[in-house]
Ligand binder design. Structure first.
Ligand code: RIB
Ligand code: CA
Length: 323
């Protein structure tokens, strides 16, 4: 059954990042489904200069210079920056050749752009996808809480429950990098859909999918295939929390799942929860406590994604990259 769906007005805040690159590629390849109002960048996987440059490069490869890129915060709210270049390569895009940009980011900073864009659209009509540390979004919420509440929903890749952590035993990277920012987002009162490692570890870029995407032979598909191949070539114990004797069939597609949620929500199963983040303990910094028991929670603040139909997500990627 084909679903008729209205185009989604979307803002993406990201730290490209090989999997952010795949998420951006998916959003940029679907202009009939996604009106991408802008891309904002934060420091994270690599520094802000590189994440912003990478976002500009990806939109060029997608032929989408119509989508503005606005650079945001260069460091977490209070913490020292923690990069993840062992997962993404020193440039943040694996071994992809970094060529000179046709055009760089807009001069307006990310926070001003977010406030102006959200404020100038009717309330409840813009979605915000967040695929990196949540610094920019926390600053938006702190500076203009009523503007943030005008968002229809915020879909965040972050946290973990059953899967444990991927940057420490206790924490997922996006939350670990700026736990104070995550705490502000989780307490914002905005409608939150959270895709933690429990969800994104269900979607793996196996060699078969990489070959199928590569065979599309377009610049954007080639970029995506190279991103997935780079992640698959990383040492298994770096990428996964699986037992060493059972290496995963492919690296998880974390950030693309955020865009896929918007495009095929029927492929996702969510559960209401109370999610809170550890900001005091150094040992468990960034741990997300996800409580489903309403008798224990003092109020639910998010939907937690528990299941993803991985084939639906990968089929979507192939379909849109084939255009
Ligand atoms: O833990 C996975 C997340 O951290 C992804 O967003 C990846 O890009 C890194 O930022
Ligand atoms: Ca990311």
């Amino acid at each position: 059954m084909t679903h008729h769906r209205a185009p989604i007005s979307l803002l993406i805040d990201c730290d490209p990042g090989v999997d952010d690159a795949v998420a951006l590629a998916l959003a940029l390849a679907a202009p009939d489904r996604v009106t991408l109002l802008g891309i904002t960048t934060t420091a994270g996987n690599v520094d802000l200069r590189r994440t912003t440059r990478n976002a500009c490069l990806i939109r060029e490869i997608a032929g989408r210079l119509d989508v503005p890129v606005h650079s945001g915060h260069a460091r977490p709210m209070t913490r020292e920056p923690v990069i993840a270049d062992d997962f993404h390569g020193p440039d943040g895009l694996g071994h992809y050749p970094i060529t000179p940009l046709e055009s760089g980011p807009s001069s307006e900073d990310a926070i001003s752009f977010l406030i102006q864009t959200i404020d100038s659209h009717p309330a409840g009509t813009i979605d915000l996808a967040v695929t990196g540390p949540m610094t920019n979004i926390a600053v938006l919420i702190r500076q203009a809480p009523e503007v943030a509440k005008r968002l229809r929903q915020i879909i965040i890749m972050g946290g973990a429950r059953r899967e444990g952590g991927n940057i420490t035993a206790s924490a997922e990277y996006n939350v670990y990098a700026d736990p104070e920012a995550a705490d502000i987002c989780l307490n914002s009162g905005c409608k939150l859909i959270i895709l933690g490692l429990d969800a994104t570890h269900q979607v793996r870029g196996t060699q078969g999918w990489i070959d199928a995407i590569n065979a599309l032979n377009t610049p954007l598909a080639t970029l995506v295939a190279e991103m997935l191949a780079f992640s698959n070539a990383l040492p298994a114990n770096l990428v996964d929390t699986a037992e060493p004797d059972k290496p995963a069939p492919g690296a998880p597609l974390h950030d693309p799942c955020v865009i896929a949620y918007l495009l095929v929500p029927e492929a996702f199963t969510c559960q209401p929860c109370q999610i809170r983040v550890e900001t005091q303990s150094e040992l468990t910094r960034g741990h997300t406590a996800v409580e489903f028991r309403h008798q224990i929670a003092d109020g639910f603040n998010a939907l937690w994604v528990t299941q993803i139909d991985a084939t639906a997500v990968l089929d979507l990627l192939l379909k849109y990259l084939a255009r």
